[in-house]
Design a protein around this ligand. Structure first.
Ligand SMILES: NC(=O)C1=CN([C@@H]2O[C@H](COP(=O)(O)OP(=O)(O)OC[C@H]3O[C@@H](n4cnc5c(N)ncnc54)[C@H](O)[C@@H]3O)[C@@H](O)[C@H]2O)C=CC1
Ligand SMILES: O=C(O)[C@@H]1CCC=N1
Length: 280
């Protein structure tokens, strides 16, 4: 169990995924968690109703002030306004954990204007089912004990890799955004299944089992994806015919460039926020 109070600043999809994962894994009680956002009290009511957390918009600053851990979960474009509004209610005694794409620990410290320990993370929405892959790194003022707290939170919602901050943009482009790439593939396979005469339900059931089966094969056999692919591919068989079409459309290069571009975008989001900070 984690001790103390946790306050989410930003109460959208990612905040919900993390708090849902933490509660499912019972590392905190609902009463330890507060949720705050800019001004949408209906959204807070929804989280209070669904999870039993604390979400009284009239107590926003008090929730922030009384928190031991602040989890920053607003969009990168909103961080400067958000921290400008709340920084007077934050202190160096608090641990600040960010899930925001592209924003460095140094930028967060500059926005806060004090030396609170900052941990930058990049989870993904599979946190809801306890299967996030999360990259975690420490900022200048964070110590091993702070990494340990972040590890405890994010291990409750999946796998954690503690790493250097220079890798966080890459983790954002690979596994932060990664679930969307897999869903996109599933969408395409659904269309394929329907094009060859399966019903939507038949195609969906078979695709999901195929994705789960392939993921489990990768984990349990510890074989490379290339080796496992070759085992499926009989010479001149059906898989070979299908993969030839993927090659024709440069599937592997497209996916590689997708990760590269998403990583670049993470860096751009950070750079855009620095510009906002300088203008203040
Ligand atoms: N959705 C995803 O798959 C992932 C998102 N992230 C990161 O998580 C962060 C949040 O993303 P989502 O939850 O998807 O966004 P969202 O749009 O669902 O939620 C954003 C929340 O921030 C709040 N907010 C906006 N301005 C604010 C302000 N000035 N003060 C306080 N709260 C404010 C909004 O009211 C909303 O509750 C982003 O920075 C994103 O980069 C990280 C990993 C995965
Ligand atoms: O698309 C985004 O910017 C966020 C960050 C990682 C996943 N979603």
């Amino acid at each position: 169990m984690l001790e103390g109070r946790i306050c989410f600043v930003g109460a959208g999809a990612m905040a919900e995924a993390i708090l849902c994962g933490m509660l499912n894994h019972k590392i905190v009680k609902p009463g330890q968690i507060s949720v705050t956002n800019r001004d949408d009290r209906f959204r807070l009511d929804e989280l209070v109703y669904n999870f039993g957390v604390v979400g009284d918009s009239s107590q926003k600053y008090r929730s922030i002030q009384e928190a031991d851990i602040l989890i920053l979960a607003m969009k990168p474009k909103d961080i400067s306004t958000a921290l400008e509004e709340i920084r007077a209610y934050t202190s160096q005694e608090q641990l600040v954990i960010s899930v925001i794409a592209g924003i460095s620990t140094k930028q967060i410290s500059e926005f806060l204007g004090h030396q609170a320990p900052v941990i930058r993370t990049m989870p993904n929405t599979s946190a809801i089912v306890g299967l996030s892959g999360t990259g975690v790194c420490a900022g200048e003022f964070a110590k091993a004990e702070h990494i340990q707290v972040a590890r405890e939170i994010f291990e409750a919602i999946g796998l954690v890799i503690v790493t250097d901050e220079e890798k966080l943009d890459a983790i954002t482009g690979l596994s932060g955004s990664g679930p969307a790439y897999v869903y996109y593939l599933v969408e395409a396979m659904l269309e394929g299944g329907k094009a060859v005469g399966l019903s939507e339900q038949e195609a969906k059931d078979l695709i999901l089992q195929t994705v789960i089966g392939a993921a489990n094969m990768l984990i349990e056999t510890n074989e490379s994806p290339a080796y496992l692919r070759e085992k499926v591919t009989s010479p001149n068989g059906t898989t070979q015919a299908g993969l030839d079409v993927l090659k024709q459309y440069q599937f592997q290069e497209a996916v590689k460039q997708c990760v590269v571009r998403a990583t670049e975008r993470s860096k751009e989001l950070g750079a855009q926020s620095s510009v906002t900070l300088k203008k203040q």
